[in-house]
Design a protein around this ligand. Structure first.
Ligand code: PMP
Length: 459
C-alpha cells in the first residue's frame, strides 16, 4: 500500500520533488496539484473525497474504464511468470506472440506486423526511422522529408515534437529537426471561408500536394496525420479530405501514415480512425487505448508494402529495452480482447457513440458562444466563439478555453480545453446515465461561463 499522507503533505512533497509535464512549475506549486487517489469506471476520486467524472479517459487513453481487476490479475500473473525479458537477439516470449497475433486479427487486412514501443511518442519516432529506412532499402535514400501539419500532435520526443505542429513546442529546443515540414490543418471553421466543408476538404488536401511539389516528390518520404487531430482540439476533417490525401500520396509515391494514438482502439467506433474515414495508410502508430493506459505500451502497425521492404532489407537498427515488455504485452492483450469480446468497440459504433453524438449536439447547440458542435464515436468537441453568425473567434486564443475548463474542474467534471476548443473523450464504457450526468454538469458550467464572459466584459 502507498503511504497515507494528508493532501497538504502530498502537495508539499510533490512541489518539492516532482516536475510535471506541460506545466508551469512555479504557478502549479503555488496552487498545489490535485491528488487523485483512486478510480473506478468513469469516475476518479481525489484525496479530499471529491468524486470526479472523467470526460477525458485520463489522457484519451483509458478506453476500457478504470478499476478492471481482471487486468490487474493478468499483470500479477505475468510478473510472477516472466516479469521481463527482451525481444532483441533472436528471442521472443509468449506474451508478445499472443498480443501480436491478436493485433493482426483486429487490424484491417494486410496489417500483419507490429513493432513495439512504450508510448505514442516512441511509436512516432519509430515510424520516422522506419520510413526513412524503407526508402534507403528501396534505393531512394534522398526520400527523407516528412510532412506533418500545423496544430497536429505527435508527441514530445524530438522527432514527435518536430513532426507535430505545435509552435509553442518548436520554440523550445530549436525544433523542428531538419527534414520535417508542415502544411495547414483541415480546420474548416477557421480556414474554410466561403467554401462548403467538402470543397474545403479538397482544398486542404491540395496544400499537401503543393508541399510535395515544393520539396520535390523524389525527396518526400511520407505524409503523417491524425485521422482526427486530437490534442489540436478534435479537428474533424471534411469527408473529402482523406480520400484526396490518399490519391495525392499514391500519385507522388509518398508513404501515407496515420497517427492513431488517440483514434485507435475504438475511439471513433471503428477499431482504427482511418477505417472511419475510408483510407488505407502504409503504416499507423498507436499507444494509449492499446493497454487502456493500464501499462505503458505502443505499437507501430506496418502494412504489406513497408513490411515486405523491411523484412527483405536486413537489420533495422532500432528498438527499446522494453519493446514488447511481457507484462505490458499481457495486459494489452487482455485489454484488446475485452474491447472486442465484450462488444465495447461495437457499442461505440452502434449504440453509445451515436447516443453521445445526438445528445452532445442537442445540449450544446443552444449556447450563445458555443459553435461547431461536433464529434464521432466517443470523441467530441465544440468551440467557444465570440460570434456564431460571423464565425468570429475570441482574441488571445486559449484564454477563454482555460476560463471555461476551470469552471468544469470546479464542478468535478474533467473536460479539456485545447485553445478555445472544449473536448471530451470519456472511457468507451460510459453508460447513457453517465453521459446525461456529464452533459447536465457541463451545461450548468456553460451557463456559469457565459455569465462570466458578460461579467468580465468579454462579450
Ligand atoms: N500522437 C498522438 C496523436 C497523440 O495524441 C499523442 C499523445 N497525446 C502522442 C502521439 C504521444 O503519445 P505519448 O504521450 O504516449 O508519448
Amino acid at each position: 500500500m502507498m503511504t497515507q499522507r494528508s493532501t497538504e503533505q502530498w502537495r508539499a512533497l510533490d512541489a518539492a520533488h516532482h516536475l510535471h509535464p506541460f506545466s508551469d512549475t512555479k504557478s502549479l506549486n503555488e496552487q498545489g496539484a490535485r491528488v487523485i487517489t483512486h478510480a473506478d469506471g468513469v469516475y476518479l476520486w481525489d484525496s479530499e473525497g471529491n468524486k470526479i467524472i472523467d470526460g477525458m479517459a485520463g489522457l484519451w487513453c483509458v478506453n476500457i474504464g478504470y478499476g478492471r481487476k481482471d487486468l490487474a490479475e493478468v499483470a500479477k500473473n505475468q510478473m510472477e511468470e516472466l516479469a521481463y525479458y527482451n525481444t532483441f537477439f533472436k528471442t521472443t516470449h509468449p506474451a508478445v506472440v499472443e498480443l501480436s497475433t491478436l493485433l493482426a486479427e483486429v487490424a484491417p487486412e494486410g496489417f500483419e506486423h507490429v513493432f513495439y514501443t512504450n508510448s505514442g511518442s516512441e511509436s512516432v519516432d519509430t515510424m520516422i526511422r522506419m520510413v526513412r529506412c524503407y526508402w534507403d532499402i528501396k534505393g531512394q535514400p534522398q526520400k527523407k522529408t516528412l510532412i506533418g501539419r500545423w496544430n497536429g500532435y505527435h508527441g514530445s520526443t524530438i522527432g514527435g515534437a518536430s513532426l507535430g505542429g505545435m509552435s509553442y513546442m518548436h520554440e523550445q529546443g530549436d525544433l523542428p529537426i531538419p527534414g520535417i515540414v508542415h502544411v495547414e490543418q483541415p480546420w474548416w471553421y477557421k480556414h474554410g471561408k466561403d467554401m462548403t466543408p467538402e470543397e474545403f476538404g479538397i482544398q486542404a488536401a491540395r496544400w499537401v500536394e503543393d508541399k510535395i511539389l515544393e520539396v520535390g516528390p523524389d525527396k518526400v518520404a511520407a505524409f503523417v496525420g491524425e485521422p482526427i487531430q486530437g490534442a489540436g482540439g478534435v479537428i474533424i476533417p471534411p469527408s473529402t479530405y482523406w480520400p484526396e490525401i490518399e490519391r495525392i500520396c499514391r500519385k507522388y509515391d509518398v508513404l501515407l501514415v496515420a497517427d492513431e494514438v488517440i483514434c485507435g482502439f475504438g475511439r471513433t467506433g471503428e477499431w482504427f480512425g482511418h477505417e472511419r474515414f475510408g483510407f488505407t495508410p502504409d503504416i499507423f502508430t498507436t499507444a494509449k487505448g492499446l493497454s487502456s493506459g493500464y501499462l505503458p505500451i505502443g505499437a507501430v502497425f506496418v502494412g504489406p508494402r513497408v513490411a515486405e521492404g523491411l523484412i527483405a532489407g536486413g537489420d533495422f537498427n532500432h528498438g527499446f529495452t522494453y519493446s514488447g515488455h511481457p507484462v505490458a504485452a499481457a495486459v494489452a492483450r487482455a485489454n484488446v480482447a475485452a474491447l472486442r469480446d465484450e462488444g465495447i468497440v461495437a457499442a461505440v459504433k452502434e449504440d453509445i457513440g451515436p447516443y453521445m453524438q445526438k445528445r452532445w449536439r442537442e445540449v450544446f447547440s443552444q449556447f450563445e458562444h458555443v459553435d461547431d458542435v461536433r464529434g464521432i464515436g466517443l470523441i467530441q468537441a465544440f468551440t467557444l466563439v465570440k460570434n456564431k453568425a460571423t464565425r468570429e473567434l475570441f482574441p488571445n486564443w486559449g484564454e477563454i478555453g482555460t476560463l471555461c475548463r476551470d469552471i468544469f474542474f470546479k464542478h468535478n467534471l474533467i473536460m479539456r480545453a485545447c485553445g478555445d476548443h472544449i473536448v471530451a473523450a470519456p472511457p468507451l464504457v460510459i453508460s447513457k446515465d453517465e453521459i446525461e450526468q456529464l452533459l447536465a454538469t457541463a451545461a450548468e458550467c456553460l451557463r456559469e461561463f457565459e455569465q462570466a464572459l458578460k461579467d468580465k466584459g468579454l462579450v
